[in-house]
Design a protein around this ligand. Structure first.
Ligand code: ZN
Length: 777
């Protein structure tokens, strides 16, 4: 062998090595980036506490904290005084040297971190009064802890770390053990209209009355579990609460003419309600269609003027709740109705001042009842005996069995559609929070979306069942498009800690609710989704689920691998933007010269004509060949479309080895459409198509997202149809939140955009020019 040849072969061999290596590397990269790779890196490893199927593991445990409390509202000074005995049960397999409590009111203490870490600008030499007032705020709202003592009343060591308090145990608390201790405290109640807050007071100056909506009012046990140890991440204002279940006995002392609504059941109606009120309440327990007034507006108006002296103590009791809230005022109207859930009767009730009417007496209690029914249908029967809706001027905030809701008409009693639907929406939402996170008790401090997103999803279903065409703000896929296509530097994945989320409402409410709705309508279908979602709710009812418990249950119970969906919608900031990039139409070559030559002729005749040929037809008087006719003799007899003996032989030869089925395939007049789709947004989704045929009929085609599994940028697919396609639409029913629909049509479709033409304002223009000139100088 020649040396040169050897050298060349060696080079070829090396080149081959290098290129296969490059291909392998590219493959590895694409596998690493593959949209369908499993979530092993992102999900925590299943264990004895949390199973791989998404259910609680066989050694799942959770702690318990029981509270016995006495609180008093000082209406003169707007203070709350309280003392509690907490009994903490250690069901964990771990020995605990210390316990952690949450001191949420300390977020309003003078040394709180919240104002320190708030950022802002005075941009454009303008800011709001609210912003300046916030900077001037000097309200002293933190807890004043008076004592922390053991069961015998001896002081115990504790350390306050901002919004958290550590109780140092003399003797470690063993697995299976319990520990009781007492805390005594007071704090100044915040005026919500001045400094905001989830709870607080509203002052009505014209009659000098207060309406209290009270929560986070007592030192509360932190959660200790298998995921976080102690969840003692500081309360900074955004990330809400992570709380342990327990039983509550609470005595609430308030001015004698106040009405008090609270978490749980009233234990001493004989002491705090009149005979007439108790009778009306009995009547309400039998009324399933309409609310019954326990205190009507006329009575409330009289009560708020009289201002009786003295105090009364309302005793409430609640079992298996994660928190406790209450409301108190002499301004309250009270109505109630019964809701039948299985063989149980639950009371839907509202308290509101006259300022809430006529909106509140019309809707509040009815909406509570409706919400309990619809949410129960999708999850589990509402397990508590009562659900309250309490009026506030504008907030919406949830606690077990009680929530504080906005929606106030104008002073003259009129209200806009926006106010009405805003109020109904907020009541559905806050009552709905009873299910997520009050019962399906997720970690709000860590994951806002786990309660807000799931709840907003069910809120949408409940709104749509309240009224056909209800103007829901969130839920349908197309409503999230503006957010999804926004500036990515201002968007975080759904899986972001509650404190670090950009665009809170869209991120933690809108996007997860929409993702679940897409999962239900488009990916799984209603039947599979509803079964799996209900399974999640029932598995984690009265327990502490994590995101993986939801993700895993949805997959395990539906039989659908959804890792790509969680990755795209929950772990990334990608958006959906699919496009029809290219479309080709094919027909089968029958090989039959009779058919093919005729088709060729038809096609040739339909070809466009060149401009020169068109002009030459009229402009050239006589061609050379016409002048010398011998030149035409042979060719003018030739017909390229004529079938020759050779053509027929070729046809026979080429089909002689084909069987009947293959011959039939050649002779079917099918259409083959080769369509190329592009994924411009990054997020993979099913390809949903509408084919409109030339005969006027239409067809929906659903291609699962897995079509993108090899290449999530571009895929080409061949569609076989008997009919001819006139047009194709991608995502015709707005199912995928596709952010740019201008490339979703074949042939391309344009719709006009209206633009304005206006006369120049000469005077304004002169002024602007002068302004620009002066700026230059
Ligand atoms: Zn909410």
């Amino acid at each position: 062998m020649n040396k040169n040849i050897i050298y060349s072969l060696l080079l070829l061999f090396l080149a081959g090595l290098i290129s296969t290596d490059l291909v392998a590397q590219r493959d590895r990269e694409s596998i690493n980036r593959n949209a369908f790779r499993q979530m092993y890196q992102e999900f925590s490893t299943p264990n004895v506490y949390r199973s791989a199927n998404g259910a609680p593991g066989h050694k799942y445990y959770q702690q318990k904290a029981d509270y016995k409390m006495k609180v008093r509202i000082d209406d003169e000074n707007q203070r709350l005084y309280g003392e509690e005995t907490i009994t903490y049960f250690n069901n964990a397999p771990d020995v605990l040297d210390y316990l952690w409590l949450q001191l949420d009111q300390n977020v309003r203490s003078r040394t709180s971190d919240r104002p320190k870490i708030s950022s802002g600008k005075i941009s454009g030499e303008k800011t709001t009064f609210a912003e300046v007032k916030r900077l001037h705020n000097n309200f002293d709202g933190g807890f004043k802890i008076e004592s922390v003592t053991d069961e015998a009343g001896n002081p115990i060591n504790y350390t306050i770390n901002k919004t958290m308090m550590r109780i140092d145990l003399d003797q470690a608390l063993n697995p299976g053990g319990s520990y009781s201790f007492n805390v005594k405290w007071w704090y100044n109640i915040n005026d919500r209209s001045k400094i905001g807050g989830r709870s607080g007071l509203e002052y009505f100056p014209e009659e000098d009355n207060y309406l209290y909506t009270i929560a986070q009012f007592f030192p509360r046990m932190c959660v200790y579990n298998d995921v976080e140890g102690w969840q003692n991440k500081q309360f900074l204002g955004r990330g809400e609460f992570t709380l342990t279940f327990g039983d509550y006995e609470v005595e609430i002392t308030v001015p004698a003419d106040h009405l008090v609504s609270a978490t749980g059941l009233l234990q001493n109606p004989d002491e705090v309600l009149s005979k007439e009120q108790r009778d009306r309440l009995k009547q309400a327990e039998r009324s399933t269609e309409d609310p019954v007034f326990i205190v009507n507006e006329k009575e409330a108006r009289k009560n708020e003027k009289q201002k009786a002296k003295g105090e009364k103590t309302w005793k409430y009791k609640a079992a298996n709740v994660r928190d406790f809230g209450f409301a108190s005022s002499r301004k309250f109207i009270w109505d109630a109705m019964a809701v039948k859930l299985g063989d149980r009767t639950v009371m839907a009730m509202s308290m509101y001042p006259k300022e809430g009417n006529p909106l509140w007496e019309r809707y509040s209690t009815r909406v509570v009842a409706h919400t309990l029914k619809v949410y129960s249908k999708y999850t589990f029967d509402y397990p508590y005996p009562v659900a309250w809706s309490i009026h506030t001027d504008r907030i919406g905030m949830e606690y077990p069995m009680i929530c504080f809701n906005g929606g106030r008409p104008e002073a003259d009693g009129t209200y806009s559609k926006r106010t009405k639907y805003g109020m109904i929406g907020v009541i559905i939402h806050e009552v709905g929070h009873n299910f997520f996170p009050m019962i399906v008790n997720s970690d709000e401090r860590q994951w806002t979306w786990m309660d807000e997103g799931l709840n907003t999803f069910l809120q949408y279903l409940t709104e749509q069942e309240w009224e056909r065409g209800y103007p829901s703000r969130r839920g349908p896929a197309y409503k999230i498009v503006d957010y999804m296509k926004g500036d990515k530097s201002n968007i975080t994945p759904i899986m972001t800690n509650s404190e670090s989320i950009y665009q809170f409402g869209n991120n933690a409410y809108g996007k997860p609710a929409t993702a679940l709705n897409i999962l239900r309508e488009t990916i799984l279908g209603r039947e599979l989704f509803d079964y799996a979602f209900k399974k999640y709710a029932q598995r984690w009812m009265f327990k502490h689920p994590t995101p993986e418990d939801l993700f895993r249950t949805m997959e395990d119970a539906s039989g659908v691998d959804l890792d790509w969906f969680w990755r795209g919608w929950f772990f990334s900031t990608d958006h959906v933007d699919l496009a029809i990039k290219d479309m080709n139409w094919f027909k089968v070559d029958t090989r039959d010269p009779e058919v093919e030559k005729a088709a060729q002729k038809k096609q040739d005749e339909a070809k466009a004509e060149h401009i020169g040929d068109i002009r030459n037809k009229t402009e050239i008087q006589e061609t050379y060949a016409e002048r010398v006719p011998e030149m035409l003799d042979f060719y003018n007899k030739y017909d390229p479309y004529e079938i020759s003996v050779l053509d027929e032989k070729q046809f026979r030869d080429s089909t002689k080895n084909l069987d009947e089925e293959e011959l039939a395939l050649l002779n079917k007049d099918d259409n083959y459409y080769e369509v190329t789709f592009e994924n411009q947004g990054g997020l993979v989704m099913p390809i949903i198509l509408k084919f409109d045929y030339t005969d006027g009929s239409a067809e929906r085609i659903y291609i699962p997202a897995e079509i993108w599994r090899f290449d999530h940028h571009e895929v080409t697919k061949v569609f076989l149809t008997q009919k001819e396609i006139a047009s194709i639409t991608l995502d015709p029913n707005l199912e995928t939140a596709d952010v740019d629909r201008s490339d979703n049509h074949w042939p391309p479709k344009v719709t006009p955009t209206r633009f304005q033409i206006y006369k120049k304002d000469k005077q304004k223009e002169n002024l602007m020019q002068r302004d620009q000139r002066s700026k230059k100088m």
